[in-house]
Design a protein around this ligand. Structure first.
Ligand SMILES: [Mg+2]
Length: 243
């Protein structure tokens, strides 16, 4: 294998690849769902599949508001905080088991790393849970750390779909949005990546992704390589959220 090109067909240089975690790199999104369904039952209800779909990729606050509305309960702020902790603890137990990669994700991340393209993990999941998954991801990359930066949901001023998490990761890497490709599976995540000014490769998992300028859709990451990331970057409209 030769040394991959570092500039795309349009001449825009690929400066970094920023990845969502749950549902994009690894099959952990369903653990959140399992914990949410369990909480609904604890509260005497049964969360609908439609409500579950609405919670994908959102913050705990948004997700629990959807759950409460769906099963028709009202909770105080104190009860919300206890519920959030309950869902996190249940999810942590599930994450401590085996981690499954999304199809093609490990191969793509490996190619990006071996080409020395900077990477960041940008997740809404809080640090204590993300570190469980990062430990498992790291064991698959014994030679080179998989990420140059990791940004978690409890380390940012606002969560996806706000662009703040992606902008924070770009600042940490010292790269411009115009040279970044974001990998995402959710509406909240792809909205955040586009709002940050990056090109987004969307691989829907638990919810459909509507078309948007700068968003390229694929069924999975199988067969997606650096050349394709360059093409995604080249197809991005010439805008920058920070311009
Ligand atoms: Mg996701």
């Amino acid at each position: 294998m030769g040394i991959p090109e570092t500039s795309g067909p349009s001449g825009e240089r690929l400066q970094a690849v920023l990845c969502d975690m749950d549902g994009t790199l690894v099959e952990t999104e369903q653990y959140w769902g399992e914990a949410m369904f369990a909480l609904a039952r604890e509260l005497g209800g049964e969360m609908s599949e439609a409500a579950r779909e609405q919670t994908v990729g959102t913050s705990m606050r948004t997700a629990l508001d959807v759950l409460y509305a769906d099963i028709g309960v009202r909770r105080s702020e104190e009860q919300f905080l206890a519920d959030a902790r309950w869902v996190e603890d249940r999810t942590a137990e599930l994450l401590a088991g085996e981690i499954h990669w999304r199809p093609g994700a490990r191969e793509l991340l490996s190619e990006v790393r071996h080409a020395a393209v900077p990477t960041a993990l940008v997740t809404t999941t809080p640090r204590r849970l993300a570190d469980i998954v990062l430990g498992a991801i790291g064991r698959a990359f014994p030679d080179v750390p998989p990420f140059d930066a990791t940004v978690c949901g409890d380390e940012v001023p606002a969560r996806k779909p706000d662009p703040a998490p992606y902008l924070q990761a770009m600042d940490e890497l010292g790269v411009e949005a115009s040279g970044c490709v974001v990998l995402e599976d959710s509406v909240a995540g792809s909205t955040a990546g586009l709002a940050a000014g990056a090109a987004v490769l969307g691989v829907p998992s638990l919810q459909p992704l509507p078309p948007a300028p700068g968003l390229v859709l694929r069924d999975t990451l199988v067969g997606v390589d650096l050349a394709e990331l360059h093409a995604v970057l080249a197809a991005r409209p010439a805008v920058d959220a920070r311009a």
